[in-house]
Design a protein around this ligand. Structure first.
Ligand SMILES: Cc1cc2nc3c(=O)[nH]c(=O)nc-3n(C[C@H](O)[C@H](O)[C@H](O)COP(=O)(O)OP(=O)(O)OC[C@H]3O[C@@H](n4cnc5c(N)ncnc54)[C@H](O)[C@@H]3O)c2cc1C
Length: 400
């Protein structure tokens, strides 16, 4: 079996690399990193960082002109009409260079709208996403509904041509900069569980929405959001009334396909540091225990690459990866933990220095990764539940 790229894929990737080399040489690592209200744990990929790169370099516009934004989206909605594998290659290359990868608006909301949205919704939202005009927040979690999303209590009540939304959401990470919310609410009776949920697109400038910050140990800002009689047109319902579970699960499947290349870059920076950092009469990499640890992580990263590439291949075949997306998410979130904790074990005390501290080992990214990795083990579905998805839907094993 050949795990390499097809000639046209390799040629596409070469073109992307040439373009990025010419247009943004080393820029991501020297641009400012933004405020403590960052929307992403890894400062390099945050929304604020993208905004700063846009202001200083016209970043998104250059990519759009080159046809790279939405490179795997259909041409009729402003995309490049290429394959999901090529889009994956592009995003991985961006992450590897510590350039922004455009977040879940692009990788979760967009692909779900393409499949489930009405033609009007697709024509309204997809080209605007690619023009960089729209940013969605994901409004699933509530104080009483996290892993168990079927317990969502926020209600949406039909009133003429509108729905009126009332309730509280928690951990809505993008709420403080999103233009729109991708919001799950109950349209069925209270006991209807997953059969009584619907998915709405809610413009964030609608009266009745209040956003309150929640700060996390990873320096990441997330939010509580209060909806008090928020009125949205019925045309903003995605899918059918009471059919929101399917919409949400598809969006979560797309969310679970984590680009791993940012992690590969953290690892490569660690290896680069170990090759240079003095230890005894030589360098850190001379230590056989260090070499064994790094070799194991290198093999695990290759597995991550293949798991994520498989999800892209499945999308090109017309499927929505489910157990396969769960496998990629479980593996990569747990691998993040190993890279962060074993990497910091190798680096020692100096690893406490933060990103961009001059002289910080491996650029300080391991310190940041260490504070953030736990979120990825339960965000987008906790790993315990996703292991059940792999067992039941992937392996056909009976329910517990
Ligand atoms: C920084 C951050 C950003 C977030 N961003 C967003 C966002 O933008 N939008 C959004 O909607 N949500 C977001 N979330 C919410 C996140 O998806 C939830 O935290 C997650 O779904 C878990 O829900 P919970 O916190 O209520 O934990 P709980 O559901 O209470 O689960 C806690 C733990 O209990 C265990 N557990 C629970 N149920 C089971 C089960 N059935 N089987 C086995 N073990 C189980 C697991 O170990 C789990 O990790 C974010 C959370 C954080 C911390």
């Amino acid at each position: 079996m050949d795990f390499g790229l097809e000639p046209d894929q390799a040629e596409f990737l070469e073109g992307v690399r040439r373009f990025l080399d010419e247009r943004f040489p080393g820029s991501a690592e020297t641009a400012p990193l933004g405020t403590s209200d960052r929307s992403s744990p890894n400062s390099f990929y945050s929304y604020e960082h993208t905004r700063e790169l846009n202001e200083s370099l016209g970043f998104t516009e250059h990519l759009r002109q080159r046809g790279l934004l939405g490179v795997g989206w259909p041409r009729e909605y402003g995309g490049g009409g290429r394959t999901a594998v090529e889009q994956w290659l592009f995003l991985e290359e961006m992450a590897h260079r510590r350039l922004p990868t455009f977040g879940l608006t692009f990788t979760s909301v967009g692909p779900t709208l393409m499949r489930i949205g009405t033609e009007e919704q697709r024509r309204t939202y997809l080209p605007a996403i690619l023009r960089g005009e729209l940013e969605f927040g994901l409004g699933y979690t509530e104080p009483g509904a996290g892993t168990d999303l079927a317990a969502i209590a926020t209600t949406a009540v039909r009133d003429g041509d509108d729905y009126v939304i009332t309730g509280q959401k928690q951990f809505t990470t993008a709420a403080h900069y999103a233009t729109h919310m991708w919001l799950a609410a109950r349209t069925g009776p209270p006991e209807s569980r997953h059969r009584g949920l619907s998915l709405f697109i809610v413009p964030m400038d609608t009266p009745g929405i209040a956003v309150r910050p929640l700060q996390t140990q990873a320096d990441l800002r997330t939010n509580e959001v209060f909806y008090d009689g928020v009125r949205v047109p019925a045309a903003n319902l995605v899918g059918e009334e009471n059919g929101g579970w399917r919409v949400m699960m598809m969006a979560l499947d797309f969310e679970r396909i984590h680009p791993y290349a940012g992690l590969l870059r953290d690892f490569e920076d660690l290896v680069g540091w170990a090759r240079e950092a003095p230890a005894g009469d030589g360098v850190v990499l001379d230590d056989p225990v260090v070499r064994q640890t790094l070799a194991r992580l290198a093999a695990d990263l290759e597995i991550a690459r293949l798991l994520t590439m498989r999800t892209a291949v499945l999308i090109d075949e017309g499927a929505v990866p489910n157990a396969e997306a769960a496998m990629a998410k479980v593996w990569i979130s747990e691998l993040r933990k190993r890279v962060a904790s074993q990497g910091l074990g190798i680096v020692g005390e100096a690893g406490q220095q933060r990103v961009r501290t001059p002289g910080a080992p491996a650029g300080g990214s391991l310190e940041e990764l260490f504070r953030y990795f736990p979120v990825l083990t339960f965000g987008a579905g906790n790993n315990e539940v996703l292991k059940n998805v792999i067992a039941q839907r992937g392996l056909g094993l009976p329910r517990e």
